[in-house]
Structures are given as structure tokens and as C-alpha cells.
Design a protein around this ligand. Structure first.
Ligand code: MN
Length: 300
């Protein structure tokens, strides 16, 4: 353990209107906007509340959707229409602009549980074309008392087929009682999220939904769990580009965000239209009176 490690509490955020679900958000965190390029970690459920997120836009990021229970229909302005099942990955790359909807399918009270994560796109990719990938199968790395489904990047020699644009990784860890040692890349910073119960991460206990940040410079982390547990491991080289994040947009300046907001409100070609919603969409909130500033990192 290094003195730079820290535990991050989740905060509850209501999503998607009056009947929307509540998510538990650990990133961005005050003083720590990113872990590698990961800039947003939402954990939802388990809940019987259905997901019903109407068309909304994104810029400058990838959305990584990982359901652990429940099925989600994804439609976007590229014409994608996919039902995402537990154990499958959706990866949408906004580039300069894309819009999508995410709606639960199946029984109205079917349990929903999952993660939605954002990855900040680096400057050379953030204004490019949009893209969408659905990965029904992901590779698994295994060690003593652990197995990892590789969502993004590489862990212990096993690499995900999902497209990445900066050095990073993400994996769902299944850990059995008795202690497990997960190999890490020393040039990466990492974070571990307790998805379904408490765990010891590098000797420090985190409770359910908490995240443990691990500073760069380690080649492994020791995990200990009292019962079989699921943990999320994310990491990457520290992301040094300044990010202005507001609503569903990531840019580099207030003006980037203002432009994206106006383009969405004016139904610009930049985003296009998600088919099948009869023109329904989530309107952007009013832009704040103050100029939006980059998120400051105070964690070294
Ligand atoms: Mn979205």
C-alpha cells in the first residue's frame, strides 16, 4: 500500500426522470476526476426498477455498458439496435457526436444490476467518427482464487477485443475466499469497486459500492473476500488532458460544451436521430451561468 491510495464513497444520483433509476456514482470524485481515462463509474441495482433512458447525446467519450442482471435494448444514431444481455459488453464511441437510448426489456419487474462507465477520449480521437461495438463474448484470465472477464484492454496477458484509444484496462473480477493476487501494470493507476459486498483491497477494507484507488507503481494487488465476490478493476496511465464534463458531454472548454448543447437542442445533424422513439428525447438542462472549468485533480 502507498500513502497515495484512498477509499472513495459512492453518491446516489437519480437518473432519467421521475420514474428513473438511482445509480451509485464513484467517479468522477472530488479531487479525482479520472482513473486512467475512466471518468465515470455508475453502479445501478440490484433493483426491480426498469431502465428507460430516452435518446440523449454524448461527445468526447466511450460508454461501456456491462449488465450483470437484466437485459437492455440499445439503439443509437448509427442505426444500431441490440439487446444487451448479462455477460455481454456494449461499447459506444461518441467521437464528435452520437445519441442513444437504453431501455429494459423482458418482465417489467425483472431485476436490473449493472455498471455504466465512461472512458474519456484523447485529443486525437475525440473529434472523430462515432462507432458502436457489441461483444457477446469476452476472454477470461485466471489465477489462484480469481477469474477476470476482460472488458477493455489487457490483464495478465489476456486482451479484450473492444477498441481502446489510450493505455487502459477494465475487468470484472470473480474472487473466491482465501486471498487472491492480481497482477497490475506499474505504469497504470487502478481502482477496485466492491460490486456485491465488502472486500479487503491491499489490506484495506472497502464496503459494498465503495471504490479503492491505487496509485501507480505497483505490480500487484492482494484481495481478500469473506465470501465469493464480484469486483470491478479499472486502470490506465494517468490522463493528463484537461476535461470539461457537463451533463452527457466531455470537451476541453466551456465553449465546446455550449456548442454541443446547442447542437443537441437544435436537433443538428451532428447527433442525428435515434429511430423508434417518435422524436422523444431528453432535453439538455440549461447551461450554468458561470463558465464551466476543467475538473481539477488534487490527488497526485
Ligand atoms: Mn448515455
Amino acid at each position: 500500500m502507498t500513502s497515495l491510495d484512498l477509499s472513495l464513497d459512492a453518491r446516489e444520483v437519480p437518473l432519467g426522470g421521475v420514474r428513473g433509476i438511482t445509480v451509485h456514482r464513484t467517479l468522477p470524485h472530488r479531487g479525482l476526476p479520472t482513473v486512467g481515462p475512466w471518468c465515470f463509474v455508475d453502479h445501478f441495482g440490484p433493483t426491480a426498477t426498469a431502465m428507460n433512458v430516452l435518446p440523449h447525446p454524448h461527445t468526447g467519450l466511450q460508454t461501456v455498458t456491462w449488465p450483470m442482471a437484466g437485459e437492455i435494448r440499445h439503439r443509437d444514431t448509427l442505426g444500431s439496435d441490440v439487446v444487451l444481455k448479462p455477460g455481454e459488453l456494449n461499447l459506444m464511441t461518441s467521437g464528435d457526436g452520437v445519441a442513444h437510448s437504453e431501455v429494459s426489456v423482458g418482465a417489467p419487474d425483472a431485476p436490473m444490476h449493472g455498471l455504466q462507465l465512461w472512458v474519456a477520449l484523447p485529443n486525437q480521437r475525440r473529434t472523430g467518427a462515432a462507432g458502436f461495438e457489441h461483444h457477446p463474448e469476452l476472454p477470461v484470465a485466471e489465477g489462484r482464487n480469481w477469474a477476470a472477464k476482460i472488458l477493455m484492454g489487457e490483464l495478465d496477458g489476456t486482451t479484450s477485443p473492444a477498441t481502446t484509444h489510450s493505455p487502459m484496462m477494465g475487468a470484472e473480477l470473480a474472487v473466491r475466499p482465501g486471498g487472491a493476487v492480481i497482477p497490475l501494470r506499474p505504469e497504470f493507476e487502478h481502482a477496485v469497486l466492491a460490486v456485491d459486498g465488502e472486500a479487503l483491497v491491499g489490506g484495506t477494507e472497502i464496503v459494498h459500492r465503495q471504490m479503492r484507488y491505487l496509485a501507480p507503481g505497483r505490480d500487484e494487488v492482494e484481495l481478500f473476500v469473506p465470501a465469493a465476490r464480484t469486483l470491478l478493476l479499472i486502470g490506465g496511465t494517468p490522463f493528463h488532458e484537461e476535461l470539461v464534463m457537463w451533463w452527457n458531454f466531455i470537451g476541453r472548454s466551456h465553449d465546446d460544451i455550449l456548442q454541443a448543447r446547442n447542437d443537441w437542442e437544435n436537433a443538428s445533424e451532428r447527433f442525428g436521430e435515434v429511430a423508434g422513439h417518435d422524436g422523444q428525447r431528453i432535453p439538455a438542462p440549461p447551461i450554468p451561468e458561470i463558465r464551466l472549468k476543467p475538473r481539477r485533480r488534487t490527488v497526485p
